[in-house]
Design a protein around this ligand. Structure first.
Ligand code: CU
Length: 209
């Protein structure tokens, strides 16, 4: 392998890692964290978004995703929201934090994500009532960026109850619960967006050639 070939293969490898062909796009957006904390025995939740500054969901038309991630094919989607612990939350032995979807817009769907750097090992299981799944979801307390999607343009919202529950999701009533509402807007993507990565690759290869 001569020097120019090895440079070219390095560029190709970097491209593959940064966009993860067959997997949905995460890094199009910065992270937006929903902070969950405990004040005394009361849970608290905070999001920086609202009706006036929703999270945008984009469609990457023509992209096809592998395995369970194919649920996001041709959908407007985002994994920008992430559940994050703020400070120490001790749910008590055997208990954990549960998040229950209490209300959401028609047409909003959610699939289980995880850390953004590890999309390849995420389950993309339907959660929060999507496809008949349970409306409550056991959160392990690690930063988790779930995937939200819709198949039409427009505004969407989802409200959640965050509580301490036992292993079956039964609330432990000695802890106070929190609520939070997340806001989404499915918007048309700029025409060039889905081609950005490919354009970068082509430009790089032309320079090498
Ligand atoms: Cu995050």
């Amino acid at each position: 392998m001569n020097k120019s070939t090895s440079i070219a293969s390095f560029v190709l490898t970097t491209f593959t890692i940064s966009t993860q062909a067959g997997l949905p796009n995460a890094h199009t957006w910065p992270m937006e964290h929903i902070m969950i904390s405990m004040n005394g025995s009361n849970l608290e939740a905070h999001a920086n978004t609202g009706v006036s500054n929703p999270i945008e969901m984009l469609q990457f038309s023509g992209e096809m995703y592998d395995g369970n991630a194919s649920s996001l094919n041709e959908q407007f989607y985002s994994d920008q929201y992430g559940w994050v612990l703020d400070g120490i939350v001790d749910p008590g032995f055997g208990n954990s934090i549960w998040i229950e979807m209490t209300h959401q817009s028609q047409g909003l769907t959610t699939y289980e994500g995880g850390r953004r750097m590890m999309i390849g090992v995420q389950t993309f299981d339907p959660i929060f009532g999507t496809d008949g799944s349970e409306t409550n979801w056991q959160w392990n307390g690690m930063m988790t960026h779930n995937w939200y999607s819709a198949d039409t343009l427009g505004e969407f919202e989802a409200s959640y109850r965050i509580y301490i529950g036992d292993s079956q999701g039964n609330a432990i009533t000695s802890f106070g619960e929190a609520v939070v509402t997340l806001n989404f807007s499915a918007v048309p993507a700029p025409a060039s967006l889905s081609l950005l990565g490919m354009g970068t690759l082509i430009a790089t290869r032309r320079r090498r050639a």
